[in-house]
Design a protein around this ligand. Structure first.
Ligand code: NAD
Length: 282
């Protein structure tokens, strides 16, 4: 889809990191921006900054794991700006540590945001985008962790594999039905964001008040903080790649050249029926 001034972008996870950068990039290209996030003060910062620079933006506090709140997000986008052209389903959270030590609430939280956030968006937005007749494009943020696996992040990898599968299936269904809606999946390597500190805005219903935060979890979160903030790509560069990919109708949006080696190694392992090599933290 060619991005034109005056088109409308909806971005979830707009208060921080990649989502904030997507909002800024959309505004820089003359789009009207509807930002959604569960962390309201940070969402307001994103919106205020765009407006301060002369752009058009509106914030809708939204927990993407709650279907009614995603419905409201769409209602507000349509009532405020009359349509949606670009939908970036980007909100996501990370939970680290050994798989069997994670509580049921850890799993429900990660799957609730990273997978059901996408399910809710597809069910709410796609029928409306079809009725509007396009042009439109949907970008789902997955991860390299949706293509290759590693230790100490079971719920996250599981949710991101599901996000990749969902996005491929969505692309098939839209193509089979001749819909004027393009689809891409963003599969970032490390990006310098707040992802390691995802607990900061965990919805109340998935907080385990009694669960002690174990050593395995603390170790992984510390390593993730160092890896993302220390060596991650700036979010603004990721946003630039996303918009270029949307215009090029590119399905996969990797952020680093190591993407190619990592999927080749995975497929070599699969062909040879071997145990999967652990993902590189890149
Ligand atoms: N940072 C990385 O290295 C990296 C790598 C691969 C994929 N990703 C993915 O990128 C996406 C964006 O994350 P980020 O790295 O910018 O992290 P971030 O923590 O800086 O931003 C994530 C945003 O999502 C919001 N959010 C969390 N739960 C939400 C909910 N229930 N409803 C609505 N908003 C919610 C947070 O408040 C935050 O503003 C995520 O899907 C993440 O999994 C990140």
């Amino acid at each position: 889809m060619q991005i034109e001034r005056g088109m409308v972008a909806v971005v979830t996870g707009a208060g921080s990191g990649i989502g904030r950068a997507l909002c800024e990039q959309a505004a820089a290209r003359g789009m009207k921006v509807v930002g959604a996030d569960v962390e309201e003060p940070k969402l307001a910062e994103t919106i205020d900054e765009i407006v301060r620079r002369g752009g058009e933006a509106h914030g809708v506090p939204t927990d993407v794991s709650v279907p009614e709140q995603v419905d409201r997000l769409a209602d507000e986008a349509w009532s405020r700006y009359g349509g949606v052209n670009l939908l970036c389903n980007n909100a996501g959270v990370f939970s680290g540590g050994l798989m069997w030590e994670r509580t049921l609430a850890d799993w429900q939280w990660v799957m609730g945001v990273n997978l059901y956030g996408l399910v809710n968006a597809v069910r709410t937005f796609v029928p409306r985008l079809l009725a509007a007749g396009g042009p439109a494009h949907i970008v789902n943020t997955a991860s390299m962790g949706g293509l290759v696996t590693g230790g100490f992040s079971g719920p996250y990898f599981t949710s991101k594999f599901a996000a990749v599968g969902l996005t491929e299936c969505l692309a098939h269904d839209l193509r089979i039905t001749g819909a004027p809606i393009g689809v891409s999946t963003l599969v970032p390597s490390l990006v310098a964001t707040g992802i390691a500190d995802s607990q900061r805005n965990r919805p109340e219903r998935w907080i385990d008040r009694d669960a002690e935060r174990k050593e395995d979890e603390q170790f992984v979160l510390a390593a993730m903080t160092d890896a993302t903030l220390g060596a991650g790509m700036p979010p603004a560069e990721v946003a630039q790649l996303v918009f270029d990919a949307v215009e090029a109708e590119q399905f996969w949006i990797p952020t680093k050249p190591s993407y190619h080696d990592q999927i080749r190694v995975r497929h070599d392992d699969m062909q040879a029926l071997r145990h999967p090599a652990p993902a590189d933290l890149d």
